[in-house]
Design a protein around this ligand. Structure first.
Ligand SMILES: Cc1ncc(COP(=O)(O)O)c(C=O)c1O
Length: 381
């Protein structure tokens, strides 16, 4: 039986919520299920406000708009991230400055970010990778010292924490993803978490296509009109209804994913001790949501061969994030692949293992055994 890298999570309660949308006749968005999902996200994370978006990309774009960035401004972020982290900020005319990561967690190396500060640096965007939080204490200290805005890219961060605090609530703004590859999803979806009360009014207007329509619904204005820049950022009620069902199952989802994560870590510990691969590290104050499990191979050639060998056995291992500075766009921005050597080396040697709610313990053991056979040929698993 093939072992797939991802299978989208389903709770079995999504259809009842979709039927409720049909019964209500309210399909377009910003309706009862959107409000319910906002409340669920606020309760889950402790964020002051949540606004559902059509994607995490949309949430990052809304965050970038709120920062009022202009051409010439610079934004620090890791090169090891998804393209949307960069494109969202580039749309404002700002310049992105890529930083190194700490390969133990694959999250932002704050000391490296500090070295890349210039008088034009206006913002910093840490990315929480694989459900493990970036060094937010370090990021916030740097931001305070230099007057930088902070946006957390928490695409993979729902239900994870550092120092007992939910990811997505450290910075004034944070973006979540509900793409089907995430723990909890609605096909495509996202949310902006707003933790600074002063930003909420403008955020809500921008979210409502640059109008004060939400304020009309609250009885604060008689007629709605154009009040700010904006876009059509929110999803339909169908997606909100689907997501709302999923949000009720966050605990169940995280529990299973964390068990799979721990089984991989235990199963591969001997290979790591023998120096044949490196396991991800979870900082002592971090609580993971079990989003992803990755290994680092000693060389790029070994990583490529392992991926191909297991693929031939029906086991899907995937690479993750071609570093942005090594991409075609990165070259157009003036980067050479060796400009960020730590990032390049780690990213090229990284493989993500299958991890989804439906994966059985036997599946995990099969993946571990296959990796063992590859790394230690001739040794019985
Ligand atoms: C770190 C990060 N940011 C942003 C995104 C974009 O998310 P979405 O597909 O919801 O737009 C992703 C997608 O996986 C991601 O990994």
């Amino acid at each position: 039986m093939a072992i797939r890298f991802n299978e989208p999570f389903l709770t079995g309660h999504e259809r009842a919520n979709l039927d409720a949308v049909f019964a209500s006749g309210h399909f377009a968005g910003n309706g009862p299920f959107t409000k319910r999902a906002h409340a669920q996200l606020q309760a889950r994370t402790g964020a002051h406000h949540a606004l559902l978006t059509h994607s995490c990309t949309g949430a990052l774009e809304l965050a970038a708009m709120l920062l009022d960035l202009a051409p010439g401004d610079e934004v620090l972020m890791p090169s090891f991230t998804f393209v949307s982290t960069a494109t969202a900020f580039m749309r404002t005319g700002a310049t992105v400055r890529f930083c190194e990561i700490d390969p133990a967690t694959m999250t932002l190396d704050v000391a490296d970010a500090a070295r890349r500060l210039t008088p034009r640096t206006k913002a910093i965007v840490p990315v929480h990778y694989a459900g493990v939080g970036a060094d937010m204490a370090g990021v916030l200290a740097l931001a305070r010292a230099h007057g930088l805005a902070v946006v957390e890219d928490a695409a993979q961060g729902l239900d994870a924490a550092r120092d007992g605090q939910a990811l997505g609530t450290f910075a004034p703004l944070a973006a979540l993803s509900f793409h089907e590859t995430k723990n909890i999803h609605c096909g495509l979806g996202g949310a902006l978490l707003i933790n600074d009360e002063a930003l909420f009014d403008r955020a809500e207007d921008m979210w409502e296509r640059g109008t004060d329509r939400s304020k009309m619904f609250k009885g604060l204005v008689d007629k709605y009109s154009w009040v700010s820049p904006g876009s059509s950022f929110y999803p339909s009620e169908l997606q909100a209804a689907f997501l709302s069902a999923q949000l009720q199952a966050v605990d169940e989802n995280s529990l299973r994913r964390k068990a799979i994560w721990a089984r991989y870590a235990a199963g591969l510990a001997d290979l790591a001790a023998a120096g044949l691969l490196t396991l991800p590290q979870v900082p002592a104050d971090a609580r993971t949501n079990g989003h992803a499990f990755f290994i680092l191979l000693p060389t790029v050639a070994r990583a490529d061969l392992l991926r191909e060998t297991l693929h031939a056995q029906g086991i899907q291992l995937t690479i993750h994030y071609v570093p942005l500075h090594t991409s075609k766009m990165g070259a157009e921005l003036g980067y050479a692949p060796d400009d960020l050597p730590v990032t390049r080396s780690a990213a090229e040697r990284l493989l993500r293992l299958p991890l989804h709610f439906n994966l059985t313990d036997a599946d995990v053991d099969q993946v571990v055994a296959a990796i063992g056979r590859f790394l230690r040929p001739g040794v019985a698993a």
